[in-house]
Design a binder for this molecule. Structure first.
Ligand code: TXA
Ligand code: MG
Length: 351
């Protein structure tokens, strides 16, 4: 791909309109704009323009069978791109949109296969972020956007992460500061008999079930050793991966710390450079200098929000391995552990 100049603009109240207008024009002309959402930064293109969507795949180095999420800003736009709006979708949108929930439905002919990776279904989400919503409207209302990282790297939670991966490959980055959640949206498939979670996120199984009743979880998310293929094509890749070898250690906190210290010593003896990922509450149990405290267990959003950033920092510091505690927090625990397990290639030691 030919290098292009990427315009990076910090969005502040006073001249917001001007940049959003410009971003909208770029999108309408088939270009690429990265933008903040409440989950992670997205890499946007006109979802109804197959050629524009194709540019996303080449900028990310993403396999073309991995479908994109279409972002909308108004509920009334949903019926314009799906065969029909299921009852459950109305109820869930009422409860959770705008918000970190993506719903999969049968698409209509307006959505090109280039956006859905050849599938008859389309994933749709309305992000809960002012800049995102304004940009989507300015760009024509239907914006395909995966996370704005190079395929295989941790998703971006700050504009600087986007610039690391996308500088010279896309037209514009809207810098709206750090995101609030830090993990991608929950994905629920409504295209089949029983609504099924394909990717865990901030909206939990219980929250969904409270609104629509029975909700299942894709078998591939539960049984990591099974030969069952995940239904969301993107979930099959070794995603969210740091460059270092990552191992999770689970158990009672003193025992975990003991095991991690032992593993660290072995690494140091080999002349390697280990890193430790832990909570603020347990940081005192480890040797300083190697640790990254990602957040406090008392406020789980501080953990989800800093997870991907911490993995990127370890990359920069070129650590040889990362030993991490597990974070089974009340609401986000399932999502955090799903991403950590993938980052670790499912290497988990129970102590
Ligand atoms: O929070 C989010 O959802 C972020 C922000 C930018 O909105 N976006 C995001 O997109 O995470 P992406 O492309 O990184 O992840 C989309 C996931 C992939 O695993 C993909 O395979 C799955 O959604 N997906 C999309 N359309 C699908 C479909 N029709 N059927 C099954 N899975 C689908
Ligand atoms: Mg992604």
């Amino acid at each position: 791909m030919q290098a292009m100049e990427t315009k990076i603009v910090r969005i502040k109240e006073d001249h917001e309109e001007k940049w959003i207008e410009e971003a909208g024009q770029i999108l309408k002309n088939g270009g690429l704009v990265a933008f903040p959402t409440e989950t992670v930064y997205g890499l946007g293109a006109n979802a109804l323009d197959e050629e524009a969507a194709a540019k996303i795949y080449s900028a990310k180095g993403r396999p073309s069978d991995n479908p994109l999420i279409v972002h909308i800003a108004d509920f009334s736009d949903l019926e314009k791109i799906v065969e029909e709006v299921p009852e459950e979708a109305k109820k869930l949108a009422d409860a959770f949109w705008p918000g970190p929930l993506t719903m999969i439905m049968r698409k209509n002919e307006k959505v090109p296969y280039g956006t859905t990776g050849g599938l008859e279904t389309v994933a749709v989400r309305m992000p809960n972020h002012d800049i995102a919503l304004k940009m989507i409207r300015a760009g024509g209302g239907f914006i395909a956007a995966p996370s704005a990282n190079t395929s295989g790297r941790p998703s971006p939670t700050m504009a600087s992460h986007v610039a690391e991966d996308m500088n010279g490959k896309i037209d514009m980055i809207l810098d709206g500061g750090s995101v609030g959640i830090g993990l991608e949206s929950t994905i629920i498939d409504l295209s089949e008999e029983i609504p099924t979670i394909l990717r865990p996120g901030f909206i939990t199984q219980q929250m969904l079930a409270d609104v629509i009743g029975r909700v299942e979880i894709d078998a591939a998310l539960i049984d990591n050793n099974s030969k069952v293929h995940p239904k969301a094509p993107g979930m099959k890749y070794r995603h969210y991966a740091p460059k270092a070898n990552m191992i999770l250690i689970r158990g009672e906190k003193e025992k975990v710390a003991q095991k991690i210290k032992q593993l660290v010593e072995e690494e140091l003896k080999e002349g390697r450079k280990p890193g430790i990922l832990c909570a603020e509450e347990t940081a005192h149990l480890y040797p300083e200098g190697m640790i990254k405290k990602i957040g406090t267990l008392r406020e789980e959003l501080t953990i989800s929000r800093h997870l991907y950033g911490a993995l990127r920092e370890f990359d920069e510091e070129k650590v040889s391995s990362i030993f991490s505690e597990t974070f089974e927090t009340p609401v986000l625990g399932t999502a955090i552990m799903n991403r950590l397990m993938k980052a670790a290639g499912h290497q988990l030691i129970e102590v």
